[in-house]
Design a protein around this ligand. Structure first.
Ligand code: LAC
Length: 360
């Protein structure tokens, strides 16, 4: 791609050109016909803004309070498997970008670099640990203990992968054979080649709310349940000890044609927003998308694929730039809707759009 990369869309195009096709297919793809994948992005665009003028927005702060701690801004890096598909430096490069921008990195169970190695390499990266609970619970217990030991501030339990969906892009263009996807630390007792499907086969499809309750009771770290789309499930999460929920459809990678996360968010905020932090991910590609999420009542927002596009194009510096672009756009949007802080955003700023949002 010619010219400077100035938007997240530019980074995606550049990454697409730079990445090995199987790696791009794995990272970019979604489930089924990718209806939800496309609608995640479109749903933010179906919301029109109703900005206020002459508020006096010269002094702005992007600060939010998340899990009772003050954070400089409302962005997190969503948990994503195998950063090595984007860059040989894998999660350590991403952690450098996280440290530089003080963005919480959700280090994945299915990481190329183990959670201890990430923490040791970049101790300044604020970090949460994303947990898959394996049928072999001993492996999961070890992962949880190591997270607490290595400075992770929360556990993000992924709830929406009882089985792994069929991702046709991945079947048509597989990741290169022999790609080193995961470290032994995260593989647990797996022997031999580790493919995404192999990993998923170890995830316990029988996980229940009682397990969430046990985890919340036993772990020193707050438990965040990710992958909920209904107010009923958000209520169950809170009743079983979750300290936050993430409204998410796994980036359109699990059950196709589920509701877009932007559309699922308001009912969940209404149900549990007064009690716990509600986060959201899926299709966030602009600062105005972050703003709309917060106006709908989210405390913070996770951004996924664009960070890996930055990583693919420019390693840690590329991922950092992606986050900085999003933060600069968010800051400008805050000013232009007439708000000085995220806490001043609310749904009076939003109206259903009269245009038809393009899908992507
Ligand atoms: C994915 C799983 C592994 O979406 O989280 O690829």
């Amino acid at each position: 791609m010619d010219g400077p990369l100035i938007s997240l869309a530019d980074y995606e195009l550049a990454a697409r050109g730079a990445l090995e096709p199987g790696a791009y297919a794995y990272l970019a793809g979604g489930a089924g016909d990718e209806v939800t994948l496309r609608d995640n992005a479109a749903a933010w665009r179906r919301l029109a803004l109703l900005p206020r003028m002459l508020v006096g927005v010269g002094e702005r702060k992007l600060e939010v309070t998340l899990l009772e701690r003050s954070r400089p801004h409302p962005l997190l890096i969503a948990p994503m498997a195998f950063h090595s598909l984007a860059h040989a430096g894998a999660e350590i490069e991403t952690a450098r970008a996280a440290a530089a921008t003080q963005t919480i990195l959700c280090v994945p169970t299915l990481g190329t670099t183990g959670q201890a190695a990430v923490a040791q390499a970049v101790p300044a990266a604020p970090r949460w640990f994303q947990l898959y609970v394996f049928s072999d619970r001993a492996v999961s217990r070890e992962l949880v203990a190591a997270a607490a030991e290595h400075g992770y501030e929360a556990l993000v339990l992924t709830a929406d992968v009882p089985v792994r969906s069929v991702r046709e892009r991945e079947l048509r263009t597989p990741v290169p054979e022999g790609a080193q996807l995961a470290s032994k630390v995260t593989v647990g007792k797996t022997a031999g080649a580790v493919t995404p499907a192999h990993f998923a086969a170890q995830v316990d499809p029988d996980l229940r709310w009682e397990d969430v309750e046990r985890l919340a009771a036993e772990s020193r770290l707050p438990v965040v349940v990710k992958g909920l789309l209904t107010p009923e499930d958000a209520r169950l999460a809170v009743d079983h000890g979750a300290r936050a929920v993430v409204v998410s459809n796994h980036g359109g990678r699990q059950l196709d044609t589920v509701i877009a996360s932007a559309d699922a968010l308001p009912a969940i905020v209404e149900e549990v927003g007064g009690q716990v932090d509600v986060l959201v991910d899926g299709g966030i590609r602009r600062g105005i998308d972050v703003l709309k999420a917060l106006a709908l009542g989210a405390t913070a927002v996770m951004v996924g694929r664009p960070v890996l596009w930055g990583l693919a194009v420019g390693g840690a510096a590329g991922a950092q730039r992606v986050l900085e672009i999003l933060l600069a756009e968010f800051d400008a949007a805050l000013a232009m809707v007439g708000a000085r802080r995220p806490s001043e955003l609310d749904s009076r700023l939003l109206a259903p759009a009269r245009w038809v949002a393009e899908s992507q």
